[in-house]
Ligand binder design. Structure first.
Ligand code: PLP
Length: 397
């Protein structure tokens, strides 16, 4: 198949980048405009106010021409000083990368371990903060949706835990794979910096990332001393006040963002979240059916933490997830997510976020079930049928 035309559309079912809808592609293909002209200010106004609705905040949201990793760095360097402690919870690969970055920036991560099969535990965070009597911990950094495991962390409960401990640490949350897919409320949940990215729930190509910023984070920025230049919020906020940018913005991606935000609003954010939750439930039903005789499992063990963005699937011991993914790509032109870090070759990940519907899910799960057959992975047939039961409302998850 690799040396002939692959008919039909490629199924890009990794948990980001996601499939970009035609409306967004067409918007990006429009001619580039003058980023200091009046049309640009209209574009920036629409996009910056639309982003506030998606982050659910009335405060500023800054936009970087960078992947999500850049916005991680921006959150840390704008608010913290060398030697500051940050509490991180190693819920998976992305939490590990963010924590390692903090270390390289001269911060001191205090790392809480997990088994990568659940989200962060608010009670454990409360205990750690109570023990930090001299308030050396300056920030708590949490990944809302851990894309390597398909487990979410309960952000409102973590906010409550920080408050219950009476601790002044900032709360920073990575929503790169949950924004526009799973309910998230920057302001109501008292988050100080929220990090987002363009290429997952927002249905754009990679290349933009975001910081939503609280008043408390803005105050922290005034005394923070890690050197910063490109990521500095201040020149960005000053230019954004007039709907311009301090350097050349990614004009065409912002055009795409305007279209994507319009699409999310046309569907309604509540409907978007419900759609993702339903596709998560149907995917888990499929995995449980395949694993009925034992061996195959949903990676996330905690129902409270189930993700609507993706499902990570553990294969029976001794089976190769990467081998299965390779067969599925060759046979059915579908890309699935690989296992990361300690889950390498043990799990594969089904992305069901972004521009996605019931038939996209059934096609995706059909590709997985055919792949399991071809690869000879021990499983019980009937996963697709179980998912159809959930999608038609005839069975519960
Ligand atoms: C994708 C992802 C990242 C990394 O973003 P890049 O755009 O690859 O830099 C970070 N955190 C989470 C939770 C992600 O899903």
């Amino acid at each position: 198949m690799s040396n002939s035309r692959a008919p039909g559309r490629h199924f890009l079912q990794i948990p980001g980048p996601t499939n970009v809808p035609d409306r967004v592609l067409h918007a990006i293909a429009e001619p580039t405009i003058d980023h200091r002209g009046p049309d640009f200010a209209d574009l920036a106004r629409t996009v910056l106010t639309g982003l506030q609705r998606v982050f659910q905040t009335s405060g500023p949201v800054v936009v970087y021409p960078a992947s999500g990793t850049g916005a991680w760095e921006a959150a840390l360097v704008n608010t913290l000083s060398p030697g500051d402690r940050v509490l991180t919870v190693r819920t998976g690969w992305f939490a590990t990368l963010w924590s390692d970055m903090a270390k390289r920036l001269g911060l001191e991560p205090v790392v809480m371990e997990t088994d990568w099969r659940r989200g962060a535990d608010p009670a454990a965070i409360e205990t750690a903060l109570r023990e930090d009597t001299d308030h050396r911990i300056r920030a708590v950094c949490i990944v809302h949706n851990e894309t390597s495991t398909g487990c979410t962390s309960p952000i409102a409960a973590i906010r409550a835990a920080i408050d219950a401990a009476g601790h002044p640490a900032l709360l920073m949350v990575d929503t790169i794979s949950s924004l526009g897919s799973i309910d998230y409320r920057h302001e109501e949940w008292g988050v100080d910096v929220t990090i987002g990215g363009s290429q997952k729930g927002l249905m754009l190509p990679p290349g933009l990332s975001f910081n939503a910023i609280s008043d408390k984070a803005l105050a922290a920025a005034e005394i923070a001393t890690i050197p910063r230049s490109f990521w500095d919020w201040q020149p960005m906020l000053e230019a954004n006040a007039g709907f311009y940018f301090p350097y050349t913005p990614a004009t065409n991606l912002l055009r795409g963002l305007r279209e994507a935000l319009a699409m999310l609003e046309e569907e309604g954010l509540g409907n978007v979240f419900a759609r993702h939750a339903r596709h998560g439930a149907a995917s888990r039903a499929a995995v449980r059916a395949w694993g009925e005789a034992g061996g195959m499992e949903v990676q996330c063990l905690e129902p409270r933490d189930y993700s609507g963005s993706l499902t990570a699937v553990r294969l029976p011991e001794g089976e190769s997830a990467d081998g299965l993914r390779r067969l599925i790509l060759q046979g059915f032109n579908m890309s699935l997510g690989n296992g990361l870090g300690m889950l390498k070759d043990r799990v594969f990940r089904i992305g069901h976020l972004g521009d996605f519907n019931d038939l996209s899910l059934i096609g995706t799960l059909g590709g997985v079930e055919m792949g399991l057959r071809l690869a000879g992975v021990p499983h019980t047939p009937g996963g697709v049928d179980a998912a159809m039961g959930v999608l038609t409302g005839s069975t519960e998850e």
